[in-house]
Design a binder for this molecule. Structure first.
Ligand code: GRF
Length: 185
């Protein structure tokens, strides 16, 4: 029996779409903002919830994490694969009686290089000739946690953030679903 998987998203949902195309069973989708990825979940008939977060000082990370935890438990979720999800959960998500070593994240660089929300831009501005993508266990620290898989992507002359990120995403769309099929199926 496959482990029941939740996929948190914030953006276009292209990784979510790749998972579905590659027959990764997704039981629940969580979004932290209105985003096109929610439409992908709706069209696939996957239960989904928008748990909107604040983008100012009033954002309560612990309360947001507690709500997400409750949703995962309500949906009997056993494994979580963040796919372009832009909120870092607080430590409660990663407690031994919660989802410790059961939450994955995809990041568009070869970690530990270029952590953070501007990884592709930072790699380009640094002048890196090779960057790539990383799938790692998530922790309460941004883009830290044990690495499970990485693939390099060459930076080409004339690359923009968009063109480079697009090529990284092509690689992620193979790497992440393949790994998930091993871990949850
Ligand atoms: C990927 O590059 C991933 O590494 C990063 O967000 C991107 C996925 O976005 N965290 P989306 O699936 O197209 O919304």
């Amino acid at each position: 029996m496959a482990r029941r998987l939740a996929v948190p998203i914030s953006g276009t949902g292209s990784l979510l779409a790749a998972m579905l195309e590659q027959k990764v069973p997704v039981e629940f989708v969580l979004a932290d903002r209105r985003c096109p990825g929610l439409e992908i979940a709706a069209q696939a008939g996957i239960p989904h919830t928008l748990l909107p977060r604040k983008f100012n000082r009033t954002f309560n990370r612990s309360a947001f994490t507690a709500s997400a935890l409750k949703l995962f438990r309500d949906h009997r979720i056993e494994f979580v694969a963040m796919a372009g999800f832009m909120t870092v959960f607080s430590a409660a998500m990663f407690a031994a009686d919660a989802y410790k070593l059961k939450v994955l994240n995809a990041h568009p660089s070869l970690l530990p290089a270029f952590k953070g929300h501007h990884a592709v831009k930072d790699a380009l501005e640094y002048g890196a000739k090779v960057t790539g993508c990383t799938i790692h266990y998530a922790t309460a620290k941004l883009d830290a946690g044990p690495i499970l898989a990485q693939e390099p992507v060459r930076v080409m002359l004339g690359d923009t953030v968009e063109s480079l990120h697009a090529r990284i995403k092509v690689v992620e769309r193979e790497l992440y679903p393949a790994l998930l099929r091993e871990l949850v199926c």
